[in-house]
Design a protein around this ligand. Structure first.
Ligand code: GTP
Ligand code: MG
Length: 196
C-alpha cells in the first residue's frame, strides 16, 4: 500500500462549515491525547500533516485531509477526518458541552463517513468514556458504516498487558504510531470496507 497523496483540506468548527460530503470519509475519534493526530500521520506516512502534541486538547477543530492510497495500479481516494479529543478536562464546562454537542451532531449527521476509527489507550483499556463511545457508535452506526477499535501506544505495553487486551477484545487492533505496529493492517481494513 502506497500513499500517493496526503494533503490538508480545511478546518471546520462545526458540521455547517465542513466541506461538501462528496468523498468516503474515515473519522478518527477518541479521548484527548490518545494519539489520533499521530495515527493519521502514521497512516499517511507524513511527519506533521496533522498536528500532534504532548499537551492534551491540541486538536480543536474538525480537520479534513485528502488521502490517496495506491495498491498495484489501483487508486483509492479517501478523506480523513481528525476530530478534537473528547473528555479534555481543562477547558470550561460550557465550552466542553458545546464541543460535545457539535461533535455528536457531526458524527451522527455526516453522511459521507464510512469508517469510524475509535482509538483507545492500550494502557487504560477500560475507561468509562470509551465504553460510552463504543455504545454511542453502536447506536448511530448505519448499515454502510464500520467501526474499527484500535488500541494505541502498543509500544508501551508489557507482554502481560498485551495478552489481556487480546483476551478482552479479540477483534481489536493493537497499533503504535511510534514503531508502526498494526498500521498496514489498519490501512487494509479501511480499504477493504470502503472499496472491497
Ligand atoms: P488531541 O488532539 O489533544 O485530542 O490529541 P491526539 O489524540 O490527537 O493525540 P496526539 O496524536 O497529539 O498524541 C498525543 C501524545 O501521545 C503525543 O505526545 C504523542 O507523541 C504521543 N503518542 C501518540 N501515538 C503514540 C504511540 O503510538 N506511542 C507512543 N509511545 N506515544 C504516542
Ligand atoms: Mg489531535
Amino acid at each position: 500500500i502506497k500513499v500517493s497523496k496526503a494533503t490538508f483540506v480545511t478546518s471546520a468548527p462545526t458540521i455547517k462549515e465542513a466541506p461538501p460530503a462528496s468523498m468516503s470519509e474515515v473519522a478518527f475519534l477518541g479521548r484527548s491525547n490518545v494519539g489520533k493526530s499521530s495515527l493519521l500521520n502514521a497512516l499517511t506516512q507524513r511527519k506533521n500533516l496533522a498536528k500532534s502534541s504532548a499537551t492534551p486538547g491540541k486538536t480543536k477543530l474538525i480537520n479534513f485531509f485528502d488521502v490517496v492510497y495506491k495498491v498495484d495500479e489501483n487508486i483509492y481516494p479517501l478523506r480523513f477526518v481528525d476530530l478534537p479529543g473528547y473528555g479534555y478536562a481543562k477547558t470550561s464546562k460550557s465550552l466542553k458541552n458545546a464541543w460535545q454537542k457539535s461533535l455528536t451532531e457531526f458524527l451522527q449527521k455526516r453522511e459521507s463517513i464510512r469508517v469510524f476509527v475509535h482509538l483507545i489507550d492500550a494502557r487504560h483499556p477500560e475507561m468509562e468514556l470509551d465504553a460510552q463511545t463504543r455504545l454511542f457508535l453502536q447506536r448511530i452506526q448505519r448499515g454502510d458504516q464500520k467501526v474499527i477499535e484500535v488500541f494505541t501506544k502498543a509500544d508501551k505495553l508489557k507482554q502481560k498487558e498485551r495478552a489481556k487486551i487480546k483476551r478482552l477484545y479479540p477483534d481489536a487492533l493493537l497499533i503504535s504510531s511510534m514503531n508502526k505496529e498494526g498500521i498496514e493492517k489498519l490501512q487494509e481494513k479501511i480499504l477493504e470496507h470502503v472499496f472491497g
